[in-house]
Design a protein. Structure first.
Ligand code: CU
Length: 193
């Protein structure tokens, strides 16, 4: 007097579970792909075109200054970064700056005007007794096939007079202009250094 429905239904449930498992794997694979390298298009040595990666901004409050950092991967011909455009209404002005360690000069006029490279940072402090001095630059050279990092303590995109708060996790887009490559749209993520 035994029925055969129970083993059958159990088999069906087991089969459905396997299908769900496969679907979860597919979803997981899709998520993983977006965070990592996505094939040859992100190769830094691609000579065909200049690319900009890893752009991030320091958090900051309205009326403060902040900085944006990024990495430029040069194309087959030498180029230069000549300007940056921020989204409308993000800040009063923007410039390209270089921070250098200067053991002689007192606080520069530029630093007195708008404080340090990062929001809320004291303008001129550095371990070892040197002074950090920021100065505006007209352009940043990008060698053919080379890589240029805009990073804390060096070149940076100076954002002056934020008109709203930037908190970790915020994202916005900037346009980075190059002499040869032209305008390159770049996504920026706000995060702590
Ligand atoms: Cu600066």
């Amino acid at each position: 007097m035994q029925t055969t429905t129970r083993p059958d239904s159990r088999l069906t449930i087991g089969h459905a579970g396997a299908i769900i498992g496969v679907l979860l794997l597919l979803v997981a694979a899709g998520c993983g792909g977006s965070g990592g390298s996505s094939g040859t298009s992100t190769r830094s040595s691609d000579p065909a075109r200049l690319t900009v990666t890893g752009a991030w901004a320091r958090p900051g409050s309205a009326r403060e200054n902040t900085a944006i950092y990024l990495t430029i991967h040069g194309a087959g011909t030498a180029d230069s970064l000549v300007g940056v455009d921020l989204p409308t209404g993000l800040a009063d002005s923007v410039g390209i700056h270089e921070t250098t360690k200067d053991s002689h000069a007192p606080m520069s006029e530029q630093n007195r005007m708008h404080g340090g490279e990062g929001s809320g940072m004291p303008p001129t402090t550095m371990a070892g007794g040197g002074m950090l001095t920021m100065r505006p630059v007209d352009s940043i050279p990008v060698p053919a096939g080379g890589q240029v990092a805009l990073a804390p303590g060096g070149y940076h995109v100076m954002v002056m007079g934020l008109r709203r708060n930037l908190v970790p996790g915020d994202t916005f887009r900037i346009t980075v202009r190059f002499a040869h490559a032209g305008a390159v749209g770049v996504p920026v993520t706000v995060r702590k250094p």
